[in-house]
Design a binder for this molecule. Structure first.
Ligand code: 13P
Length: 252
């Protein structure tokens, strides 16, 4: 399976900064595309169009939205629709990121609703899941991942291997490793990814759904993680903001 290297910029970068980052990427990558790797960037909504325009036509580069509201249009002040994201050039969207679950209070049911809505409306979805430190220390890793994935698959019913092919990815991001500098050890990553793989097989009958790791990924640890069994890519926050640092991760 191709490795997918994804950058989540969170609430960083103006349009100008985003465009300059995207140009650095275009200059550094071969115009005919990367072999065995692809790059996906989640800019803030205001910079999606700028990045998509620079990336346009490049075979290895795509753009996604960090968030949206699951409705076609309407009186939802401050929200953005999947159609608006697509119009700006997004092909992907994130759902269930731990910052949305824990800071914005998004519950499993809303995350599931968003995943289904985006898929039905033609966007690819990267579903983020992961346990808190408290949950891990209480031995609840499998229980939490099963609950988070189960919410999506039980709400869906009709989500199966065929309907998800090429349109769905999972990012395992332990909450305690996000933005803390505390990267999960390779044994911990391998253990959790094996659990996610097994759960995906039981929920979707599918073993080819890409499963990415995220949480304090840096150039120094990216290589050790990305080549582990059941790791199909990386979702990078802080270390993706500098294009040179992200390029090192892309080639790790
Ligand atoms: P950091 O790489 O900054 O820990 O963030 C990870 C993340 O949340 C990516 O979605």
């Amino acid at each position: 399976m191709q490795k997918l290297l994804a950058a989540n910029w969170k609430m960083y970068k103006t349009r100008e900064q985003a465009e300059s980052w995207a140009r650095s990427m275009i200059q550094a990558l071969p115009p005919q595309g990367l072999s065995g790797r692809s790059v996906l960037v989640f800019p803030p909504a205001t910079a999606i169009a700028a990045v998509a325009q620079v990336f346009s036509g490049h075979p290895s580069l795509s753009v996604g939205g960090q968030n949206f509201y699951p409705g076609t249009e309407g009186a939802f002040t401050g929200e953005i629709s999947v159609e608006m994201l697509r119009d700006a050039g997004a092909q992907w969207v994130l759902a269930g990121h731990s910052e949305r679950r824990h800071i914005m209070g998004e519950a499993d049911a809303l995350v599931a609703q968003k995943v289904l809505f985006a898929l039905e409306h033609g966007l690819r979805v990267m579903l983020c899941i992961g346990e808190t430190l408290e949950e891990r220390e209480a031995g609840k890793l499998t229980e939490v991942l099963e609950r988070q994935l189960g919410a999506v698959f039980s709400a869906a019913g009709k989500l199966d291997a065929a309907s998800l092919a090429g349109r769905f990815a999972v990012a395992y991001e332990p909450v305690w490793a996000i933005g803390t500098g505390k990267v999960a050890g390779t044994a911990e990553v391998a253990e959790a990814h094996a659990v996610v793989r097994r759960l995906l097989e039981s929920f979707a009958g599918e073993s080819r759904i890409p499963v990415l790791y995220g949480g304090s990924v840096k150039p120094a640890n990216a290589g050790a993680i990305v080549h582990l069994d059941n790791v199909d890519g990386l979702l990078v926050g802080g270390a993706s903001l500098d294009p040179q640092s992200f390029l090192q991760i892309v080639s790790a």
